[in-house]
Every structure is written in C-alpha cells, then in structure tokens.
Design a protein around this ligand. Sequence first.
Ligand SMILES: Nc1ncnc2c1ncn2[C@@H]1O[C@H](COP(=O)(O)OP(=O)(O)OP(=O)(O)O)[C@@H](O)[C@H]1O
Ligand SMILES: [Mg+2]
Length: 365
Amino acid sequence: MSATIEITNVSKRYGALSVLDDISLSVKAGEFVVFLGPSGCGKSTLLRMIAGLEDVTAGTISVGDQRVDTLPPGKRGVAMVFQSYALYPHMTVAQNMSFGLENIGLPKGEIEGRVQQAAATLEIAHLLDRKPAKLSGGQRQRVAIGRAIVKEPKAFLFDEPLSNLDAALRGRTRLELAQLHARLGSTMIFVTHDQVEAMTLADRIVIMHNRGIEQVGTPMEIYRRPASRFVAGFVGSPAMNFVPLKSVTGNGRTLTIGTDGLGDISAAFQLPSSFTPEGASLGIRAEDVSVLPDGQGGIALKAEVVERLGDRTLIYGHLADGTKLTAETDGRSEARGGDTLQLVLDTTAIHLFDAAGIAHHSEGE
Ligand SMILES: Nc1ncnc2c1ncn2[C@@H]1O[C@H](COP(=O)(O)OP(=O)(O)OP(=O)(O)O)[C@@H](O)[C@H]1O
Ligand SMILES: [Mg+2]
C-alpha cells in the first residue's frame, strides 16, 4: 500500500520566526525521497508537519487523495520513525509493536499476524519476547521500524533513524532499509544530513536551504548538475573547489575562462548573455583535477596536507594566487606536504556559478 504525498505552498512560522517559506513538493506513490540539508534548515519540521506533529502556518498537505493537514496524526495514514526509538521499556518487543494496534481496537488475531510478519521481514522474530534494554541499538531501531510497519501506513516518515548507530551498523541498516523499501513498495520520506545515506537510498533527493527547497533531483543529477553553488558545495566530499572568475571571453560554444589561480581555461559552455564574471566562480570537484607525472607543465598546486584514504589520495593545497584547492590522485601517490604538484583539469566537468549562485554546467558533460 502506498500513496502520493502532495505538499502545496506550505509555510511554517514560530511566532515571528519564519522556518519554511512556501514549500511545494510532489512525492510519487512508492517513491523513496530524502530530505537533505544543513542542521536547522527545517527538515524535521517539514516531516513533522506531514505527520501532524506540527501545524502548518499556511498551505495544504495531502496523502493520496485526502487532505490531511487538518486531521490529527492518527488519522493521516502515515507512520513516523524517530532518531530516538522511544520504545516502552517495560514492554516486550511484541508488545511494543502491537500496542498502537490494540489502541485502535484491531482484532487480536490480526494484530498477531501483522507483528509476526513484520518481525520476519525485519529478522527480529527471535527477539519478540525480549525487553528493549536487552537489545542492541540496531535491534531497537528495527523494532521501531517494525512498530511503523504493522500500522500498514500509506507512507513512512523517517527522521534520521540511523544516526544513533555506529558506522558499520549504520551501513548495514541502510542496506536493509533499501531492501525493505523494495519489498514493501511503500512511499518513504527519509530525513538525514548524511550525504551517503541520501545518495544511496533516494530515488530523489530534496536539498533544503534558506527556508526553501534548493533543488529536487535524482542523486546523480544533484551530484553532476547541482542547481546552485550551495548544492555544489554541500553535496560531495571533499566539497567542490571554487575559484573566483576574472573574465569570460569568446562567443559560440568554446569560451575562455580567465582566473588568477588556474590561468585561462578553454571550456564548452552556453551562458546567457546576462552572465558576468563579477562575483562569479568556477567550480570543479577534486576527482576532476588530476596530478600530472613529474616534470610535466600544468597548473601549479602547493600541497599543504596530504590525506591517504587507501584507494585514493587527497591533496589539499593552494594555487599560485593563494586560492585553496583540493586534488584527488591515486592511492599510491608519494606526494607530501610542501611539494609543488602540476595539475590538469577535466574541462568537461567544470561548473560556473554567477554572483547569485546559479549554476551553469559545461556542455562537455
Ligand atoms: N518549537 C520551536 N520553536 C521555535 N523554533 C523552532 C521550534 N522547532 C524548531 N525551530 C526552529 O526551526 C528551524 C528548523 O528546525 P528543524 O528541527 O526542522 O531543523 P532540521 O533541519 O531538522 O535540523 P537538524 O538537522 O539539526 O535536525 C530551526 O532554526 C529551529 O531552531
Ligand atoms: Mg532534524
């Protein structure tokens, strides 16, 4: 069972403080949508408004073809899973999972069937008689998801459900969630500020910033064609490099992009005539900056810190004019802090951002 979620012109204010401003978003039935953004940007607030734990200040929210923003949480057909699992300590796993269903007066046999089935799905059937204190963090987290599954909601809302788990368990549970989504086919909205979770789980990512939605797209759209300098800098690790622009010349497809740090770069772009270099910047990811073998002329980078990650090496340094830049090279690199390296850019992977932060992507991409 799954339903669309339609958020239309929704705003949220706490007194004089505006937290979300005129948000509209359509989530498809069965879609896995991730809200991603910096701390305090309103991810939880938006999720809680869908769940009915916060009122909307303006706008409407529908689940399926039913308008829900005027309904109490229990009548909306959605189930929310929180970061803190909030299990009842004196109840067993089975009781924790069935509690909500008893409250709505579902027959005993039906409740038992749903609990057994959810427990099997989540591989916690052997834990049904245990109390939460005797469970690991990952097991508690699955119980919390189980409690949502038995409600057979039209949509699941997750607010950073994995953030209390250690890195390994987090990775495993992430995979389990993806499998659960594939199996149930339910609509899911998942809030996180973990990019890896967003990239791996989402059908579409919603990037939130400045009280609004900055971009909605598939993970690779967001990564390869960020709509703004904010998105470009927020998604990807290490963060995208930005170099100030000095000039843009040429017309037609190939432009000469003048910078102090990187010199003149030739790249294919179709820029609007209104584009000016004032306040604009060039963006390129570390993985699109390569280090040339010794002795070959390129763009000079003075290495400051070298990070060896095993499979690859990150070189943090600065260009001739002092602009900071990160380059990526292979794991066997012998580069050391203090070295001057020669770089070459993949000019098909360049982005230009105007003074307002609006992105333009190389046509070579
Ligand atoms: N009850 C409240 N009263 C006033 N301001 C609030 C209230 N709840 C949240 N806020 C403010 O609303 C903004 C959005 O908060 P929210 O919890 O939605 O952020 P978030 O994106 O989930 O952040 P995080 O990643 O840290 O969880 C914040 O600036 C927060 O301080
Ligand atoms: Mg939050």
